[in-house]
Ligand binder design. Structure first.
Ligand code: BGC
Length: 430
């Protein structure tokens, strides 16, 4: 499909939310939860293998980092817990008018039913620090990590998991409601059901399809009930849930590839949103890649993907901006506002990031012109951070972090994005 001509200026809707995302565990440091316990048991093995089950870097400099067991221990992360004022000053200097972050459940409820007031106060200060700088907070209640007591009781597959999450949500929303309008109940429930249970690759590593379905069911119920609860506490709140969707194509018209594409599309893109649509004020879209499906019985599961674009991120993910347009168009049927809550690239040399952002925004703009109600864009991630089972080597940040001194350094691409945020518009250049 042809895009707009060079020199054209693409204007974004009024009051568009511009910012970046983060999550508590990945930046704060000092958290003790199911991930912190799991990674300790895995670090040496992953270092020996030079990466996680799915991601092994090909760049020699990154390979060296991926062989260090310390790469896989989150520890102090970016020390974001203590440096949020400094970080929000940076966000302001980059013209962000919104910021997405998450609350760490294990901090505020370290023991079942016992809330830590000091930690709740901390998060109040965080949202107030954003407001002080004219930045709108988007708060995620649950971004993958669970308190240890919750995990011991079976986690999301255990009895009463939804009620436990609601008790926590009720407390947080009641405390923060005066300063928070946008709530994201959960981050990528499907990813968790798939990676942690169906594929059994992430904590709690309970490989079971039945559990995977049970967990997804619990997360659907948790979202729907949290939606009602948040609205009872604050009738004005805007509540949504974030999912990662993939743009699938079939390699050719052979029936088995077409069928595989349909099944994958159903599972990744259609399984969750329809079940929460009646309980959503907006949809949170996270878009990272495209997948050209070609089943090859002589290869491993990796043979599903036959992407031909040779531009890859440091994680080996294909750069395919056009996909965001097709995904946005596919969400039009729900007739809900959409916030792009994550879109980003691991690119430690910062060679691709500026074009990555611009190209995804150009395609987003095309979808807006065709009637999709996109209300905001959040780059993933604000800071370099702890990339789950891959650890620290992938660098997604607009802002580079030195993990020894915790010094922040704004990357050149961040300034290009800052200009777009400031102008609420993008000029196409070639
Ligand atoms: C998750 C982030 C993660 C990012 C890059 C998203 O699916 O929400 O926590 O860091 O992808 O892998």
């Amino acid at each position: 499909m042809n895009l707009n001509k060079s020199g054209a200026i693409l204007k974004f809707p009024k009051n568009f939310l511009w910012g970046a995302s983060s999550s508590a565990y990945q930046i704060e440091g000092g958290n003790i939860n199911d991930w912190s316990e799991w990674e300790k048991k895995r670090a040496n093995k992953q270092a020996r293998e030079g990466g996680s089950a799915y991601h092994k870097p090909s760049d020699p400099e990154l390979q060296r980092k991926a062989k260090n067991p310390l790469n896989y221990i989150c520890g102090r992360a970016c020390d974001g817990y203590n440096r949020y004022e400094e970080d929000f000053d940076i966000a302001k200097s980059l013209n962000h008018n919104a910021h997405r972050f998450s609350i760490e459940w294990s901090r505020v409820e370290p023991e079942e039913g016992k809330f830590n007031k000091k930690e709740i106060e901390h998060y109040k200060k965080v949202v107030q620090a954003l407001h002080k700088r004219g930045i709108e907070p988007l708060v995620t209640l649950w971004h993958y990590t669970n308190p240890l007591w919750f995990t011991r009781a079976g986690g999301w597959a255990g009895k009463g998991s939804v009620d436990k999450f609601l008790r926590y949500s009720e407390r947080i929303v009641t405390e923060l409601k005066d300063d928070v309008k946008y709530w994201i109940t959960e981050n990528e429930p499907e990813t968790v059901a798939r990676n942690s249970y169906i594929l059994g690759a992430r904590p709690p590593q309970k490989k079971s399809v039945i559990k995977g379905f049970r967990v997804l069911g619990a997360l659907v119920e948790a979202h729907n009930r949290a939606y009602d609860l948040i609205h009872e506490i604050d009738g004005e709140a805007k509540v949504g849930c974030s999912e990662s969707l993939v743009y699938f194509e079939s390699y050719n018209n052979w029936p088995h590839n077409l069928l595989a594409k349909k099944i994958l599309e159903y599972w990744r893109n259609e399984k969750f949103f329809p079940r929460i649509i009646e309980h959503s004020d907006f949809l949170g879209l996270q878009y990272y890649f495209h997948s050209c499906v070609r089943i090859n019985p002589f290869k491993s599961w990796k043979g599903f993907q036959y992407n031909e674009n040779k531009k890859l991120s440091d994680m080996g993910w294909e750069i395919y901006p056009e996909g965001i347009y097709y995904i946005l168009k596919s969400l039009k049927k729900y007739n809900l506002p959409i916030i792009i809550t994550e879109n980003g690239i691991a690119d430690y040399k910062d060679g691709y990031r500026a074009d990555f952002i611009k190209d995804h925004l150009i395609w987003t703009h095309r979808a807006i012109e065709e009637g999709v109600k996109v209300k905001g864009y959040f780059y993933w991630s604000f800071l370099d951070n702890f990339e789950w089972d891959s650890g620290f080597w992938p660098r997604f940040g607009l802002v580079e972090v030195d993990y020894k001194s915790f010094e922040r350094k704004i990357r050149p691409s961040a300034w290009i994005y800052a200009k777009i945020c400031k102008n609420n518009a993008l000029r196409i250049t070639n």
